[in-house]
Design a binder for this molecule. Structure first.
Ligand code: NAD
Ligand code: 3PG
Length: 409
C-alpha cells in the first residue's frame, strides 16, 4: 500500500449525495478510513463549513461547488464527481486553487440509453395517457395514434457516449437514425450525420437530446425549434435541463403539435427528495416526467463508485491525474525508495527553472521528473532521495507562483 505524507487516517473524505457503498469500500481497501458520508447535497453555507477540513470531496450532479466554496476549502486537493456532468463545479476556480476534478465519463451511459429507448416506445404507443386513464377507471382500447418503433426516424442531438449507444440500440429495433453534432463523427451502423439542426428536427419522428450543459446549448430547443419538429413528433431530454425551453415545450404539448415528451432533467430541480417539484409540464398526461434518474441504476452507481474512488486514491497515493477534467494529465509510475514531490503552480514562464534551481542549489539528485501544463496551471512531479524531501518541499513552497505542493513517501 502506498504512503502519503499525512497519515491516511488524517486524510478526510467528505462524500455527499449518497454515493454508492462501492466508493467507501474502495477507499477503505486503500487504507482511508476518515470518511464523512451524507445522503444529501448541502446548501452553499453548510458546505463551506463542512468542506473546511476535507482533503477530498465526492459529489453527484446536485452539489454546487462554487468559487466561494473553493476559496474556503483550504485543504481540498481533489473533487470526485460521481457522475458524468461537471457543470455543477466551477472548474476554473478549482484549477486556480490547485484542485483536481475527476468524473466517471462512461459508467452510467448505458443506463441513460436504455431509459431513452424505453420512453420512445412508451410514447409511440401512448402508454402514459392510457396508464393515467386506466388508473382513473377509464377503458380506452384503441389503436388511434399508436405506432410501432420499427421504421421510425430517430434524430439524436449530441452524438457522444450516450448518443452513440442510443443510436445502436435504436437501429437494433429497426429505426432509421440521423444525428446532429458540432463535431464530424464516425456514424455507427447506418446512422447519418445531418449538418443542419432544423433539417434534423424536420425529418425525425423522435428527437433525443444528448448534449452537455454549455452556453451554446442553453435553450437550444425553444419555440422555433419545436415548431420545426414534425407534427405529432416526440421530444426526449435526458441531458441537462437548460437545453430545452420548458415553457415553450409545455405550449407545444398543449397545442397538440407534439404527441408526447419524456423529460428527466429540468432547468430548476428540487434540491432533494421531499422538496416539491414545480414545472409547467406537470399535469400533462402525455409527458413522462422523471426525477433526474437517467443514470440511477444499481449497475451504474456501483461502477461509478469504484471508478471515481479509484481515481481519488491514485491521486492521493501516487499523484496520477489521468482523466482529470480540469488538470494537466500525468500518468506516474510507482515510486519505491524515493520520495515524490508534487508541485502545482501558475503556468508562467521561468517557473520550471526556479523549481530546478531548488534541486541544483541544494545538491539534490533528481531520480525522475514529469511536467504537464493545462491552461493556467502547471504540474511538476519530482522523485528524489528520501532524505532531502522535507527541505525541498519547504523551498518549493516558497517559489512565487506556487499554488500547492505536497510530498508522498
Ligand atoms: N439524465 C441523467 O441522469 C444523465 C446521466 C448521464 C449523463 N447525462 C448528461 O448527458 C449529456 C451527454 O452525455 P455524454 O456522456 O453522451 O456526453 P459526451 O460528451 O460524450 O457527448 C456530448 C456530445 O454533444 C456534442 N455537442 C456539444 N455541443 C453541441 C452542440 N452545441 N450541438 C450539437 N452537439 C453538441 C459533443 O460534440 C459530443 O459529441 C451530458 O450533459 C450529461 O451530463 C445525464
Ligand atoms: O451527470 C450525470 O452523470 C447525470 O446527470 C447523473 O447525475 P446524478 O449522479 O446526480 O444522478
Amino acid at each position: 500500500m502506498a504512503n502519503t505524507s499525512l497519515n491516511k487516517d488524517k486524510i478526510k473524505f467528505l462524500l455527499l449525495e449518497g454515493v454508492h457503498q462501492s466508493a467507501i469500500d474502495t477507499l477503505k481497501e486503500a487504507g482511508y478510513s476518515n470518511i464523512e458520508y451524507l445522503k444529501t447535497s448541502l446548501p452553499e453555507d453548510q458546505l463551506i463549513e463542512k468542506i473546511k477540513d476535507a482533503h477530498f470531496v465526492g459529489i453527484r450532479s446536485r452539489t454546487q461547488l462554487t468559487r466561494r466554496v473553493f476559496e474556503s476549502a483550504e485543504k481540498l486537493i481533489a473533487v470526485g464527481c460521481f457522475c458524468i456532468g461537471t457543470n455543477q463545479v466551477d472548474l476554473d476556480a478549482a484549477q486556480e486553487h490547485g484542485v483536481v476534478v475527476f468524473n466517471a465519463p462512461y459508467s452510467n451511459t448505458r443506463s441513460v440509453a436504455e431509459l431513452v429507448i424505453a420512453e420512445a416506445i412508451l410514447l409511440l404507443r401512448r402508454i402514459p395517457e392510457k396508464n393515467f386513464e386506466t388508473h382513473r377507471g377509464g377503458w380506452g382500447k384503441s389503436a388511434a395514434g399508436s405506432y410501432e418503433i420499427r421504421g421510425k426516424t430517430l434524430g439524436i442531438i449530441g452524438y457522444g457516449s450516450i448518443g452513440t449507444q442510443v443510436s445502436v440500440l435504436a437501429e437494433g429495433l429497426g429505426m432509421k437514425v440521423c444525428f446532429y453534432d458540432v463535431i464530424t463523427k464516425l456514424p455507427l451502423g447506418n446512422a447519418t450525420q445531418i449538418r443542419d439542426l432544423n433539417e434534423l428536427l424536420g425529418m425525425s419522428d423522435i428527437v433525443s437530446l444528448h448534449v452537455p450543459e454549455l452556453p451554446a446549448t442553453k435553450d437550444m430547443i425553444g419555440e422555433k425549434e419545436l415548431a420545426a419538429m414534425k407534427k405529432g413528433g416526440i421530444l426526449l431530454n435526458a441531458s441537462r435541463g437548460t437545453v430545452v425551453d420548458i415553457e415553450a415545450l409545455a405550449a407545444a404539448l398543449e397545442s397538440g403539435h407534439l404527441a408526447g415528451t419524456a423529460i428527466d432533467v429540468f432547468p430548476v430541480e428540487p434540491r432533494g427528495n421531499g422538496e416539491e417539484f414545480v414545472s409547467p409540464l406537470r399535469g400533462h398526461d402525455n409527458a413522462i416526467l422523471t426525477p433526474h434518474i437517467g443514470g440511477s441504476t444499481q449497475e451504474a452507481q456501483e461502477n461509478i463508485g469504484t471508478e471515481v474512488a479509484e481515481k481519488l486514491v491514485k491521486y492521493s497515493d501516487n499523484g496520477t491525474t489521468i482523466s482529470s477534467v480540469n488538470f494537466p494529465e500525468v500518468a506516474l509510475p510507482s515510486h519505491t525508495e524515493t520520495h515524490r514531490l508534487l508541485h502545482v503552480h501558475n503556468n508562467i514562464p521561468g517557473i520550471l527553472s526556479e523549481i530546478n534551481r531548488v534541486f541544483s542549489e541544494n545538491n539534490i539528485n533528481i531520480c525522475g521528473q514529469f511536467l504537464q501544463t493545462k491552461g493556467n496551471v502547471g504540474y511538476v512531479v519530482v522523485d528524489i532521495d528520501a532524505e532531502y524531501s522535507e527541505i525541498a518541499l519547504e523551498r518549493l513552497r516558497q517559489i512565487e507562483g506556487t499554488i500547492r505542493a505536497r510530498v508522498l513517501f
